[in-house]
Design a protein around this ligand. Sequence first.
Ligand code: SAM
Length: 204
Amino acid sequence: MTQAHAEGATGAHPALSAAARGWLFFRRWLANPLEMGSIVPSSPVLGRKIAEAVRTGPPGPILELGAGTGAITRALLDGGIAPSRLTVIEIVPEMAEVLRQSFPGVTVICGDAWQLSDILDPALPGTIGSVVCGIPLVLLPREKQASLIAAIEAVAPGRGFLHYTYCVTSPLPIHAHRLEGRRIAWTPLNIPPASVWHYRRIGP
Ligand SMILES: C[S@@+](CC[C@H](N)C(=O)[O-])C[C@H]1O[C@@H](n2cnc3c(N)ncnc32)[C@H](O)[C@@H]1O
């Protein structure tokens, strides 16, 4: 067993069945389709692609925004990330509770990702290695996108962030936000097919 796999081995246990997580996800989509962005959780294949990008990225704590019922959290742990490296943010209290029950050792914060500086442990900003954003950004007004990009930059300067999306092209207007953006992965094995982008701010 590699060091990485040993690191992640104790991360997850099935607190809620996959069917129950799927049902909760669907109910939340009915309640707020824009906030959820999808009717089903991300697939394990998409999760593995994100975990690979995180594992080969910088060391340090990992921040996941919009963790939902934990599809990507689980993939990160299964991919060898230690639970103690992970802080996940989820705005829906019922989902945050599922995350807490499912992932002992992972820091779960029920809160709004736009308020990152206020809700994170004050020791984290400046130490974060990778940020993974699952919050659907494409349909948000440009100012709202910009304020999340700024909130991420404030706590993880220079790191940029990974963002998974169902868009065929970049879900964020790269030039308008002064970003460098690169699609680093794609999979048809997700509903719907999904891409993973990495963005980094290149201007003030
Ligand atoms: C597309 S789902 C992704 C869920 C999960 N990561 C997955 O891949 O299956 C988006 C998630 O972002 C959460 N979310 C939306 N707006 C948020 C916000 N302002 N702060 C934190 N989480 C938010 C939603 O509640 C939802 O769980």
